[in-house]
Design a binder for this molecule. Structure first.
Ligand code: PGA
Length: 284
């Protein structure tokens, strides 16, 4: 069975207080859940990543402290490897970024590189989000370079594709998405894990979730592309849907054949609502 992947994309939202509230509510809600069948990824604004990384480790340290005080373990009979395992196993959420530059270092004011993100605990990075493509003029070619940079740092890319209303109305969306995938994904490489998020622009932030048939059609297209054109490029690939997902729609979307998870924007800002979405995903 493939793991479901639930990604929270905070975009340019939240300060330290809201981040603390979110972590508290997620920790409380996740403590009793068996999360082994899913992967939960949080992509906050870059300035919060390192801070959140530290806060997420706290759970593991608390567990360790309890083991020590209850006499189950002492500092002498626990190896460094066990120590880090205990700390990491108690961590419910992996971290991701919302973008990265394709160069490692240099004169790129305002940018952050994949190499830097790896240093502050990022395991994932969202690339080619429609807001980056339109607000920052990112082409498929630039997205491809960023994907390579992420790959070089062993960071899993979450590659976003999706058509706008005009392309959908003209009935050219299949061709559009085919081209976006083929031109954004560097084909000369081998990925251990790769995530494609179908995010129709007309659905993002509008409250207008794509229909079940529409999502299934694109999931089937992506699968076909991977089977026929990109076979062998990734050991594992996952297909997510994003666009106005909330706790009331997550179940139906997760039951669509070919959909392995969700990329959640607005509804991920609230820890309680996001936890509800994660709880739903566990049932699949
Ligand atoms: P939304 O955003 O859930 O607020 O529509 C999704 C996204 O842009 O990733």
């Amino acid at each position: 069975m493939t793991k479901k992947i639930i990604v929270a994309n905070w975009k340019m939202n939240h300060g330290f207080d809201e981040a603390n509230d979110w972590i508290e509510s997620v920790n409380k809600n996740f403590a009793t859940l068996d999360l082994s069948s899913i992967e939960v990824v949080l992509c906050p604004p870059s300035y919060l990543i390192d801070y959140i990384d530290g806060e997420l480790m706290e759970n593991g340290f608390k567990k360790l402290e309890n083991m020590m005080t209850s006499g189950q373990k002492s500092t002498t009979d626990i190896s460094d490897t066990d120590l880090s395992k205990i700390v990491l196993n108690e961590r419910y959420v992996q971290l991701g970024a919302q973008d990265c530059h394709y160069e490692q270092k240099g004169s790129f004011t305002g940018d952050i590189s994949a190499w830097m993100l790896k240093k502050i605990g990022c395991e994932y990075v969202i690339l080619g989000h429609s807001e980056r493509r339109s607000n920052h003029y990112e082409t498929n070619k630039i997205v491809a370079k960023k994907i390579l940079a992420a790959l070089n740092q062993q960071i899993t890319p979450i590659i976003c594709v999706g058509e706008d209303q005009e392309v959908r109305d003209q009935d050219k969306y299949m061709e559009f998405i085919y081209k976006q995938i083929m031109h954004s994904i560097p084909q000369e490489t081998k990925f251990d894990k790769l995530i494609i998020a179908y995010e129709p622009i007309w659905s993002i932030g509008t409250g207008n979730v794509a229909g079940t048939k529409q999502i299934a059609e694109i999931a089937a297209l992506i699968k076909k592309i991977f089977d026929r054109k990109l076979s062998g490029i990734a050991n594992q690939y996952y297909i997510l849907y994003g666009g106005s997902v909330d706790k009331s729609t997550s179940r139906e979307i997760l039951s669509i054949p070919g959909i392995d998870g969700l990329l959640v924007g607005k509804a991920s800002l609230d820890g309680e609502e996001f936890s509800e979405i994660v709880k739903t995903a566990i049932e699949f």
